[in-house]
Design a protein around this ligand. Structure first.
Ligand code: ZN
Length: 308
């Protein structure tokens, strides 16, 4: 029997995921080829073939409006305005490729969520996790909140309600938290360095750790807090924002997790979710610098090789 029948996960990617933006210093740290590098390495290592990747559709206005305000969406259709929001050095006023990039990646997150709900196989999107975006506001290089859009789409089409968002990006998932502030059916779990927004919410757990936290300290905090979420909240779907910016070599983050520590973090979350046989969609989140791609790659590689 072909390995097709033993698939351990699926990966979503398409060529529109290359964000060819010329940005100021803070954004220049983002490796625009990051997701393509991961795709190419998975193929080079014979873990996947070209035809194995799932392709999402471009997120439509209707889908974006499940979370964002119409007035805000209209402003995103102006490339000049998008350039200002993201503080881009250069933008062609007639070319909307930046917003299109966000639309395609959001379509990938929608597909990852729908696919894992339909087949109960973990799905990675090679991008996404724009957790700072709010209904009427862009923040921290996030134009639209793909996580919330995918949740709302699934709630409409797949008859689920209860979702756990596990956000281990170095930065707090403040946009997602704000969007679900009054919704106890979305549990927001986040470990981060600084709290951008302190919001009172039922079914939220925000853990702030000090700068330069080590593997052992980080993993202890995660292991102590995460499993307990499942005893108080029974999710029908888990979305994991696997940001690689807690990595010690990250160009922006200031945690000291090693490459091994990052993989242990991802393995722990994955196992906790999959031991409970829950559908799992994973998005990339942040991660900056030339070595960032390896962290997410290691995680996908481990899932492809291990099986369960
Ligand atoms: Zn981040």
């Amino acid at each position: 029997m072909r390995w097709f029948f033993r698939r351990r996960c699926r990966v979503v990617y398409r060529s529109e995921y290359i964000a060819s933006v010329h940005a100021q210093d803070s954004h220049r740290a983002f490796d625009v080829m990051k997701f393509k590098k991961i795709r190419d390495q998975l193929i080079a290592d014979k873990l996947m073939k070209h035809g194995d990747f799932l392709k999402g559709e471009r997120a439509s206005d209707e889908e974006i409006l499940l979370v964002h305000e119409k007035k805000y969406l209209e402003t995103l259709k102006s490339p000049m305005h998008v350039g200002q929001l993201l503080m881009l050095d250069y933008i062609n006023p007639w070319d909307d490729y930046v917003f299109e990039y966000f639309r395609y990646i959001t379509g990938g997150t929608i597909l990852a969520v729908e696919y894992t709900l339909d087949h109960n196989i973990p799905v990675f999107n090679l991008g996404g996790g724009y957790h700072h975006a709010q209904p009427a506001r862009a923040e921290g290089f996030c134009l639209i909140n793909d996580i919330a859009i995918a949740i709302e789409k699934a709630r409409k089409t797949k008859s689920i309600r209860k979702v756990l968002v596990v956000d281990l990006d170095y930065h707090q998932g403040n946009g997602t938290l704000m969007i679900y502030q009054n919704d106890p059916d979305v549990f927001t779990f986040s470990i981060h360095a600084a709290t951008w927004e302190a919001i009172e919410k039922e079914n939220n757990l925000d853990i702030e750790l000090p700068l330069h936290v080590s593997d052992a300290e980080y993993l202890t905090a995660l292991q102590d807090a995460f499993p307990a979420v499942f005893s108080s909240f029974q999710p029908e779907l888990v979305i994991y924002v696997a940001g690689s910016d807690p990595y010690i070599k990250d160009a922006l983050g200031e945690f000291d997790l090693t490459e091994e520590g990052m993989l242990k973090r991802d393995q722990f979350v994955f196992n906790e979710v999959r031991h409970r046989k829950l559908p799992l969609a994973i998005v990339a989140g942040g991660g900056y610098g030339k070595e960032s791609w390896k962290i997410y790659y290691n995680f996908i590689r481990w899932v492809l090789e291990k099986g369960y």
